[in-house]
Design a protein around this ligand. Structure first.
Ligand code: PNS
Length: 169
């Protein structure tokens, strides 16, 4: 017996400043499971990002230009309100290590309190990415360390351009 269900739309929210290979791994896994996955970049945060919202959108769109069920958008306000507007039933979050768990657990339960119909699904990236974070990538790069393989080539390229722009000023 065949059953039809509405398209299963997932949201993968985050700052993505910048996109790392760990994020890419999670997005690819999500795209295989869900009918579509929306990478939702948090906009209008107070902290000063390295990449503008537009830069982050264009980087992620470029990396996933061949994957038709991956969309990239920005959002502000409550994540669950955005998810409801997009008719998404799932929030995807990556879990790298136990240290991520407490914060993620709090967010998942708060989001469930706010919107009981939306489920948070945790996914583990390949273990080779478990130690990567956007914050560490920025720090290591700025201090001259190698980050190849830890971010998509386009991100490394853009980081180098930003650094070259700073030096020539
Ligand atoms: O990449 P990050 O910083 O781990 O992502 C955090 C994010 C964007 C998922 C979280 O800050 C968020 O959902 N912000 C939107 C505002 C909101 O809904 N806050 C309540 C979350 S329980």
């Amino acid at each position: 017996m065949s059953q039809t269900h509405p398209p299963r739309i997932a949201i993968y929210p985050g700052s993505f400043d910048p996109l790392t290979s760990g994020h890419v791994d999670i997005i690819e896994r999500g795209a295989r499971i869900f009918d579509s996955i929306i990478v939702a970049i948090l906009a209008n945060v107070e902290k000063k990002p390295l990449f503008t919202e537009n830069e982050r959108v264009s980087i992620i769109r470029d990396v996933f230009k061949q994957t038709t069920n991956v969309q990239v958008e920005t959002f502000d306000g409550l994540l669950v309100d955005y998810a409801q507007r997009k008719k998404a039933s799932v929030l995807v979050r990556g879990l790298r290590a136990v240290s991520d768990f407490e914060y993620e657990f709090q967010m998942a339960l708060m989001n469930r309190h706010l919107a009981p119909g939306i489920e948070t699904v945790f996914m583990m990236p390949d273990e080779k990415y478990t130690y990567i974070s956007s914050r560490l990538i920025k720090e290591v790069f700025m201090l001259g360390g190698a980050i190849d393989g830890l971010v998509p080539p386009i991100v490394e390229d853009k980081l180098k351009r930003k650094q070259a722009g700073k030096k020539s000023r």
